[in-house]
Design a protein around this ligand. Sequence first.
Ligand SMILES: [Zn+2]
Length: 484
Amino acid sequence: MNNRQTFFVTSPIFYPNAQPHLGHAYTTLLCDVLARHHRLVGDEAYFLTGTDEHTEKVVQAAKAQGQKPEEYLEEIVARFKNLYQKLDISYDQFIRTSDQKIHLPGAIEMWNRLVTAGDLYKSSYIGLYCVGHEAFMTEKELVDGLCPDHGMAPEKVTEVNWFFRLSKYASQIEKFIADGTLPIIPESRKKEILSFIRSGVQDVSFSRPKEKMTWGIPVPNDPGQTMYIWVDALTNYITALGFGRGEELMRFWPGMHVIGKDILRFHTVFWPAMLLSANLPLPKMVFVHGTIISNGKKMSKTLGNIINPYELIKKYGTDATRYLLLRHVHSTEDTDVTWEKLDEWYTANLTNGLGNFISRVMKMSEDNLDIREIQNFRNDTLEADAKDKQAKIHELLEQFRFNDALDEIWKFIAIGDELIQKKKPFQLIKENPEKGKEEILNFVWRAFRIANFIEPFMPDTSRKIRAAFQENKKPENLFPRLDT
Ligand SMILES: [Zn+2]
């Protein structure tokens, strides 16, 4: 029997109507670190990502390029996968909502369950539809008659839709969020969503007429209507696990969702309501990460302040990019990132920090020790120290405090640097070879522990440092100096 704990983490599924950007990279990276961490502690972890493909934006973007949606999507999806490969993202499944085999049966099953529960009804609707949001908006969400996010006036639309009785579940969800049955991290987002629910929740349109939504999953038994976003998109988190087609991975549900603040409502109100209606367990947790801004503003083409993830990887390399995003972007708050700051962080903490420490230590080791001495080394005091440190890092990761976890590791590196200054093992070895060796071994031990600590964050660097031990050889230049 398998007694391992399961851990299921999901990134949002992204709209593939444009190229992947830094926000996509960041969210997915956080999921990756969590998945790697859980695998390392022995859990059975499963990491899901993917693309939300049934949107008119895809149809429009494809049209603009003279392509069919399917052709257009192949290219964009390949770009997302390519970015994830470049970032060393260890997802287990990449789900695409246009996948008829993997996704469709579960979306239909979810729809039918909502029907069975009596939670879907047809009604005519007059609403304010923001094309940018692809969603109806309420009067009070508008600022001077415009959508504050898209700066455009919504269209007045009258149509017949299927509606979901979201209002029926509002008080139940409010209670579950308030009492921690459905944990939302951080606390500020929990408060935000509670105040949203308390301001009054209305039923939501779950379908649109087929002529308005030409690309999507037809509503069961009502082919004149197409499923609109919610059942189609949110249900991916379980269709990927086999919901509606055999359930072979459903043991991973419930899992946790990592999201940005713009989709908070959908994941903490809409989705839980659907799950309650379908008689399925609520998510284990929703973690809402911080946002990367640049020069004090949201990144945008018009402002010209976009930092593209490919450029980051090209300039700094995969693991350095991972490090920069994980340590220097605040887990739950907005962080201003500029190229100047990135360069500074890279040089101070990687080139002169981790890279320099490892290379100094391994050079001393290569020159003065043989492999057996390293393999036979034991120091129980140091070992206990490392155990405490590892426990602390795990604890911070379990709280999604990625920055703080890396701070702990960099404190450990800084102490190593200080000790080299103080103990001067490179001199000591000449005066007293026996004592010198022992000191160098202590530093080698420290470097080895660093390789363990950084593994979920910087897997390739961790592997390179381990390889350096095995060969007792100074590693290649881990973080080359930036050209000035
Ligand atoms: Zn809008």
